[in-house]
Design a binder for this molecule. Structure first.
Ligand SMILES: Nc1ncnc2c1ncn2[C@@H]1O[C@H](COP(=O)(O)OP(=O)(O)OP(=O)(O)O)[C@@H](O)[C@H]1O
Ligand SMILES: [Mg+2]
Length: 265
């Protein structure tokens, strides 16, 4: 179906849970799914159910200095102001550098270019920018991106290629206000659709939170309950989809997956 989904939200709201479970559920329905971990502190592999031993030795793309040097013609951090290619070749990266996990989901660990340090990091930025642009424009089937908190890194050219942004929020005033801002920004940037996803919701908060979101003009497409099983899975390092496939949070995510398929298939 050629669907690009970006999962956004403030820190700790449940972006990785939503991205990881959704990726696997879509894969189970027969879609070829590429999951992209865009967090500088990557942990999507856990939710996808990929063992730590497998990812332990994987260098995030943005930290693979040899690769970036080969493709851009300049080593990040080396000589200041050296010339480099602004549009390096990246089309083979998703296939060559992704790891295959349960249900056949492919995972690409992007990492984030180091922020501090000496020397010019422009080649790293150029490489990651081009790769993300390539993924949202040209990768076929389904792409699910687990984004870093905030939208600042999200360029206009990338936003235009995203069909669906899932904005995850907890049912607190602060988190919901932040989501409203994010939705406005996403719209201005040209993101296709923005769906609000309420997560970690207690039974008696659901109506209030939905009302609040709708007051600010946001479509709430999923209400994921606060679920001990998700926390327990986290502690044991097992994907919640394997540890507790029938838990309330997973059931809510199955409904969200169905909505996504209905809307975009
Ligand atoms: N519905 C839920 N019920 C209970 N705990 C949850 C739920 N959703 C997420 N959590 C827990 O909250 C924590 C944060 O979740 P997660 O890592 O998915 O958030 P995140 O937005 O990706 O965080 P970060 O900004 O650090 O990347 C984890 O410990 C997770 O197990
Ligand atoms: Mg995360």
């Amino acid at each position: 179906m050629g669907l690009k989904i970006a999962v956004c939200g403030k820190g700790g709201v449940g972006k990785t849970l939503v991205a990881g479970v959704l990726a696997r559920l879509l894969a189970r329905d027969g879609f070829k799914v590429l999951a992209v971990d865009c967090d500088s502190n990557p942990n999507l592999y856990m939710t996808l159910g990929i063992p730590e031993e497998v990812v332990k030795n994987v260098v995030p793309i943005s930290e693979d200095l040899d690769l970036i040097e080969r493709r851009t013609g300049s080593r990040p951090g080396s000589s200041w102001g050296s010339l480099f290619r602004l549009t390096p070749k990246v089309d083979d990266i998703p296939a060559r550098y992704s790891i295959i996990g349960p249900d056949g989901v492919r995972l690409l660990i992007m990492g984030a270019p180091p922020r501090a340090g000496t020397g010019c990091l422009c080649p790293s930025y150029a490489f990651v920018r081009e790769l993300v642009r390539h993924i949202v424009l040209y990768e076929r089937d389904v792409v699910v991106m687990d984004m870093e908190a905030g939208l600042e890194h999200f360029g206009r050219s990338v936003a235009r290629g995203v069909d669906l942004m899932l904005g995850v929020t907890e049912p607190t005033e602060r988190s919901m206000l932040a989501l409203k801002r994010m939705a406005d920004m996403a719209r201005q940037m040209g993101v296709g659709s923005f769906w609000a996803v309420l997560n970690k919701v207690m039974e008696d908060e659901a109506d209030w939170a939905r009302g609040k979101m709708e007051e600010s003009g946001l479509d709430v497409k999923a209400i994921i309950p606060f679920d001990r099983a998700v926390l327990d899975a986290d502690r044991t390092g097992i994907s919640p989809l394997d540890a507790s496939p029938d838990s309330p949070a997973i059931r809510a995510l199955v409904q969200l997956k169905d909505l996504v398929e209905e809307e975009f298939a």
